[in-house]
Design a protein around this ligand. Structure first.
Ligand code: HEC
Length: 424
């Protein structure tokens, strides 16, 4: 945890979902081990506590074991980890020092403290995680205990719910698929199952004031379709809380006031010829951006979506979304928001809106706000620029070259993001 870089491809090499940075580039290996030894003395963990964990009764994963584990999970774990394990529990949790903590989203093993090997999960269930609300289920003095067999079955269940689609990969091009006929404008339209998913890491916004260091959202997954007239983009992201201002249930577990959950897509107004993109924090004076922002609190769908044009943080103009055909709807279910945004490919005000073209690589980035985590305005998470490609129906070899450019440009951005962190 001190070294960071836990086996995931990320702009953020520190601990997932937190502002704890990696120290492997600042401290020597021996220095890091010395700190480990020192930190262990705080809690008395420098002296061996219990004997080593015994794995000899491990139950091999099977359909039956997973089914049994699922039953136990619903009874013993769902109140904190949520019905489907996405950390959307119904309890407000604080750690031993009184700081707000969020239960782990168990469908994202790449954010785990170690990994999701069944033995690791069994260890956490048996021992708990000291200092946090994650209890031990093998402690005879505790109210809630599970037999050895139950702990292995529930560990097998947790391995089975890993959702690899949500794990950001090296490919950061969102490919819109061409279809004939109407585009889906509902989140649960079965057509979405044939679209290609691309997932992106989201990192806290730390460029503009007020900076943000305590994120609760970490990635977003997108899919897209287009036809001769319109483009439709589905955004899916795990959020532990459905935040609607005024909602009693949301108030119980929120950190402070319940603000709205929100998501936004950012696109340049003109597609850059030289692959030169606007500044990724809301554009710059010469390269304006379009921002499509959806918010959770509005009943009327036409009020839930806003169209903004920005030339940097200070110069933001609100425009009429309806004129461009921009609309959006969203649904929350068991820890996941799904929002569809739809717009015409071409609009009337050509100088003010992005005009989508088949076969073109268009820069695209995303931002999201968790309203129960005090996020609004500049306090949010975001991706850097990625690419949206309106994939032609028949692939041509000419698309190989832009792809190489994408890799080079994106790779450069990673380095930039890394070196700017060191200066903070
Ligand atoms: C009272 C709330 C609570 C209950 C009940 C609970 N957990 Fe947890 N669990 C947490 C919290 C909070 C964390 C995150 C601790 C941390 O690392 O900060 C966590 C972390 C975990 C992890 C660690 C993942 C990693 O990072 O390695 C696993 C696995 C896990 N829980 C499984 C379970 C299972 C299985 C059950 C039921 C048998 C359960 N939990 C019940 C609150 C709870």
């Amino acid at each position: 945890m001190i070294s960071g870089g836990m086996n995931h491809i990320s702009l953020w090499k520190g601990m997932s979902g937190t502002s704890m940075p990696n120290w492997d580039d600042v401290l020597k290996e021996q220095e890091r081990w010395d700190i480990v030894a020192y930190i262990k003395t705080f809690s008395g963990l420098d002296k061996p506590a219990k004997g080593p964990i015994d794995y000899k009764n491990q139950i091999k994963s099977s359909k039956e074991s997973i089914e049994k584990g699922k039953e136990t999970f619903k009874k013993m774990c769902a109140e904190c980890h949520g019905e489907e394990g996405r950390g959307d529990g119904t309890k407000k949790l604080k750690d031993d020092l009184g700081f707000r903590t969020w239960p782990r989203n168990l469908t994202k093993p790449w954010t785990f403290r170690v990994d999701n090997d069944p033995k690791e999960i069994y260890t956490r269930i048996s021992n708990g995680i000291p200092g946090t609300q994650m209890p031990s289920f093998a402690d005879p003095t505790s109210k809630k205990t599970l037999s050895d067999e139950e702990r292995w079955n529930v560990a097998n269940y947790i391995v089975s719910i890993a959702d690899d689609v949500k794990r950001p990969k090296d490919d950061t091009v969102l490919k819109a698929i061409r279809v004939e006929g109407e585009l889906p404008d509902k989140v649960d339209d079965p057509k979405w199952s044939v679209a290609e998913s691309t997932s992106f890491y989201m990192i806290p916004q730390i460029i503009a004031k007020e900076r943000f260091f305590t994120p609760s959202l970490d990635s977003i997954t997108a899919k897209a379709f287009y036809n001769g007239k319109e483009i439709s983009i589905l955004l899916e992201w795990d959020d532990r809380t459905k935040s609607i201002p005024g909602d009693e249930k949301a108030k119980e577990i929120a950190e402070g006031d319940v603000l709205e959950d929100s998501v936004a897509i950012q696109l340049p107004v003109t597609i850059p010829e030289e692959m030169e993109k606007p500044y990724f924090g809301m554009g710059d004076s010469v390269r304006p951006v379009n921002i499509w922002q959806w918010k959770s609190g509005k009943k009327d769908a036409s009020e839930a979506i806003k169209l903004l044009n920005a030339n940097g943080f200070q110069k933001v103009e609100q425009r009429d979304a309806g004129k461009t055909g921009l609309r959006a709807t969203g649904i929350y279910n068991n820890g996941t928001w799904r929002v569809v945004m739809k717009r015409q490919l071409a609009t009337e005000e050509k100088g003010k809106d992005i005009q989508f073209e088949e076969g073109r690589y268009t820069p695209i980035s995303f931002a999201a706000w968790d309203g129960s985590n005090g996020e609004s305005g500049s306090r949010h998470v975001m991706t850097t620029w990625s690419w949206l490609l309106l994939k032609p129906a028949t692939p041509k070899s000419t698309y190989i070259i832009p792809l190489i450019v994408v890799v080079v440009v994106f790779g450069g951005e990673l380095l930039l993001a890394r070196s700017s962190r060191k200066k903070i």
